[in-house]
Write a new protein. Structure first.
Length: 325
């Protein structure tokens, strides 16, 4: 009945021994998460491209699907129960555009799944075998794939965010900065769109033609631009001689006052010797000058992903996502 307090086991128990202490459960967090490894979202020239999926406790349909994949009997589901539709984080890891360790960030991403998000970490084609824009095409294809499977995974298609670190942060920015164009869409899952409601970039570059204009570790600054990751991904272009070639790779070049963008959250260590903090400042100032929503956090004392992932930082990201996604 309305207003009637539900009787719990504790309420019903007469046992309250002297010295007993009480704490409270946190019902905003999932007790368990469920990991689906190597979910195939497309094939590229015979290569299976995969997602690492971390879900709040899944539906019986997913459990049955995994049983079948593992050679077990399907679970009986006498009455299918609809999944609760949850927001989704599409995560793009950094690797200087090279081959990714697709399992590296699974433990960290589980933190968000326990707080009610479906999290999908995207594998994308790597250099030197595949050149730009293959990488952002893969990210956008993965977004459309997830939306096409929204009912299965319990994803609210209207509540998708993109997040990434380092080169993955740059691709998160790119996914959010190019919603107004289909330039990087490859035609797979055409019934779905690539719209995201928020972008979180962690120490990601945004303007490759200017990356050496700020103080930077000599180890990275003195690399010939044609053999740098940004040079290789563009086919061995010398960006010192042809800075305009970097424009297609630089998210900042897709930002203008005339287009709409989701809110951006930029977070960057001030002791980052690989990708200067000034890169996030550039994107912040460009978005602000165009009248767009953006937040910038400097992580004092953090390097390139080193001493970076504090509890406070994760809570800031969570607050941002809950506000916009």
């Amino acid at each position: 009945m309305p207003g009637q307090k539900n009787t719990s086991y504790i309420d019903a128990s007469p046992l309250a021994p002297e010295g007993m202490k009480t704490i409270f459960a946190d019902r905003t967090n999932a007790d368990e998460t469920f990991y689906i490894n190597d979910e195939i979202y497309c094939e590229r020239d015979g290569r299976k491209m995969t997602l690492q999926l971390i879900l709040p406790w899944p539906s019986p349909e997913i459990l049955s699907m995994i049983n079948v994949r593992n050679g077990k009997a399907a679970m009986p589901i006498p009455q299918p129960t609809p999944n609760p539709m949850r927001p989704c984080i599409v995560y793009i890891q950094g690797s200087a555009f090279a081959k990714q360790d697709v399992y590296k960030f699974v433990p960290m991403l589980g933190w968000y799944a326990r707080r009610g998000y479906v999290v999908a970490s995207v594998e994308y084609r790597e250099i030197p075998n595949d050149l730009w824009p293959a990488q952002i095409q893969d990210v956008k294809t993965a977004i459309r794939y997830l939306k096409s499977k929204a009912n299965l995974y319990g994803i609210d298609k209207n509540r998708v965010a993109v997040m990434g670190c380092s080169s993955g942060g740059m691709m998160a920015q790119m996914a959010a900065a190019t919603l107004w164009t289909d330039k990087f869409d490859d035609g797979l899952y055409p019934e779905e769109n690539c719209i995201v409601k928020a972008c979180v970039s962690l120490y990601g570059p945004c303007d490759f033609a200017a990356i050496n204009e700020a103080p930077r570790n000599k180890m990275f600054k003195d690399v010939a631009s044609a053999v740098s990751p940004e040079g290789i991904i563009l086919g061995g272009v010398d960006l010192d001689e042809h800075p305009e070639a970097a424009d297609t790779l630089s998210p900042i070049k897709y930002i203008s006052a005339e287009h709409d963008y989701p809110p951006f959250l930029l977070m960057h260590g001030d002791e980052d010797g690989m990708i200067p903090f000034e890169q996030s400042v550039r994107m912040y100032e460009k978005l602000r000058s165009c009248g767009k929503s953006v937040e910038l956090y400097k992580v004092c004392g953090a390097g390139h992903g080193i001493y970076f992932y504090t509890d406070e930082l994760k809570e800031i990201i969570l607050k941002f996502l809950r506000a916009y996604v």
